[in-house]
Design a protein around this ligand. Structure first.
Ligand code: UDP
Ligand code: MG
Length: 326
C-alpha cells in the first residue's frame, strides 16, 4: 500500500539518475556537499538530487530550500518529524523518478566522486551496485570490532548474505527501487532489504572519509538497536535458540535427577544443600526471562507491523525541475 506519485513523460535519450540524500542536522555541511556532488556529476546530462530533511532541529531545511532556489536539479522533501535514516531513505526512494537511484550520506563520508563508477557498473548491466569501504578512516577500533562481529553473526544466522563493509551508499536500478518500495515494513533494516531483493549485484571499492562537519548520530545504543532490527527482521534463529536451550537444560536436569536417585538409594538421603537449589532456580529463572525477552522483541515487532501506519508523513515536498520521470 504505497502512494503513487504523478510522473511526467520520460525523455527517451538519456537515462536519468536520482540521488537520494537523507539529512538530519546537516546544515553546516550541506552547501559543501552539494558543490562536490554537482562537481562529481558534471559530465552527466540529466540528474536530480532529492534532499530529505529528516525533521532536523537546525537550519538544514532552510539550507535545502536555498539550494532548491539556486539549482533546479534540487528537490526537497521535508518529513513531519525525525523518522530515522532508514525511513528517510524509503521516503526518498518513493519520490525518486530516475532510471537509477543513488543513496548517499550528506556528511561527505561517502565521496560523491564514486557515483560515476557506480553508474558505469549499472550501464554495464548490474541492477545493484554497492560501494564497499576499503578503509574506515575516522572510526574507533570499538566500532570496527562491533561492526565486524555483527556481520559475522548475520552471516551465521540468516539465509541472507549481507555484503561486509557496506553502508547505504549504493546505486539501484529502477526495478530494484520498485522492489524495495514494495517492502513497507515499519522495522526497516535497509541493508537487509537491499540484500533480500537480489538481482545482479556488484560492488565498487572506495575509501571512507571521516565526517567533515557535525557528528555521527549513531550512538552505540542506536547501533545495538539497528543490529537487533537486522537480526529480528531477517531471522527467527533467536526464537529457535529457546527450544535448544530448553532441550539442553531438560537433558542436564534428567542426568541430575538420576544422580540424586542413585545417591538416595545407595548412600541414603543426605539433604541436598540450599546453595545448589538457589543456583538452579536462579539460572533457570534467568534463562526463562531472557527468552521471554527474545519473544518480546519479535512480538513487539509484530504489534508494530499490524498497526499498518504509514511509514512517514511529508511536511513539504518541492520537486526538482528536471523531467526525468518514468
Ligand atoms: N540521518 C538521517 N536521520 C537520522 C540520522 C541520520 O537522515 O535520524 C542521516 C545523516 O544526516 C547522514 C546519514 O543519515 O546523512 C548518516 O548518518 P551518520 O553520519 O550520523 O551515520 P554514520 O555515518 O556514522 O553511520
Ligand atoms: Mg556519517
Amino acid at each position: 500500500m504505497h502512494t503513487v506519485f504523478p510522473h511526467a513523460v520520460r525523455r527517451a535519450s538519456q537515462p536519468a539518475i536520482s540521488i537520494v540524500v537523507p539529512a538530519y542536522n546537516e546544515a553546516a555541511g550541506l552547501d559543501a556537499f552539494h558543490l562536490r556532488l554537482a562537481g562529481a556529476l558534471a559530465d552527466l546530462e540529466s540528474w536530480e538530487v532529492i534532499y530529505i530533511d529528516d525533521g532536523s532541529a537546525d537550519a538544514t531545511l532552510a539550507a535545502m530550500e536555498a539550494l532548491h532556489r539556486a539549482d533546479d536539479r534540487v528537490a526537497v522533501l521535508s518529513l513531519s518529524r525525525n523518522f530515522g535514516k532508514e525511513i528517510a531513505i524509503a521516503a526518498g526512494l518513493d519520490h525518486a523518478a530516475g532510471d537509477a537511484v543513488v543513496v548517499i550520506d550528506a556528511d561527505l563520508q561517502d565521496p560523491p566522486e564514486v557515483i560515476p563508477e557506480l553508474i558505469a557498473c549499472w550501464r554495464a548491466g548490474f541492477d545493484m551496485v554497492y560501494a564497499q569501504r576499503r578503509s574506515r578512516a575516522g572510526e574507533t577500533w570499538l566500532k570496527r570490532l562491533t561492526a565486524s562481529a555483527f556481520y559475522r553473526l548475520m552471516h551465521r544466522m540468516g539465509d541472507l548474505k549481507l555484503p561486509r563493509d557496506t553502508g547505504d551508499f549504493r546505486l539501484m536500478s529502477r526495478r530494484v527501487v520498485e522492489a524495495v518500495r514494495q517492502l513497507r515494513e515499519q522495522h526497516r533494516f535497509m541493508k537487509g532489504l537491499f540484500a533480500w531483493v537480489g538481482y545482479p549485484t556488484t560492488c565498487v571499492r572506495y575509501d571512507r572519509q571521516p565526517r567533515r562537519t557535525g557528528f555521527s548520530k549513531w550512538s552505540y545504543w542506536k547501533l545495538w538497536n539497528l543490529a537487533l532490527e537486522g537480526i529480528t527482521g531477517f531471522t527467527v534463529m533467536p526464537l529457535k535458540c529457546a527450544t535448544y536451550a530448553g532441550l539442553a537444560v531438560a537433558l542436564l536436569s534428567m542426568l541430575y535427577v538420576a544422580e540424586v536417585l542413585v545417591k538416595t538409594l545407595v548412600i541414603g538421603n543426605p539433604v541436598a544443600g540450599y546453595p545448589s537449589l538457589m543456583s538452579v532456580v536462579l539460572f533457570l529463572g534467568g534463562v526463562q526471562l531472557m527468552f521471554l525477552g527474545v519473544i518480546g522483541e519479535y512480538l513487539g515487532r509484530v504489534f508494530n507491523e499490524t498497526k499498518r501506519r504509514p511509514l512517514y508523513l511529508v511536511e513539504r515536498y518541492k520537486p526538482s525541475a528536471v523531467k526525468l520521470s518514468v
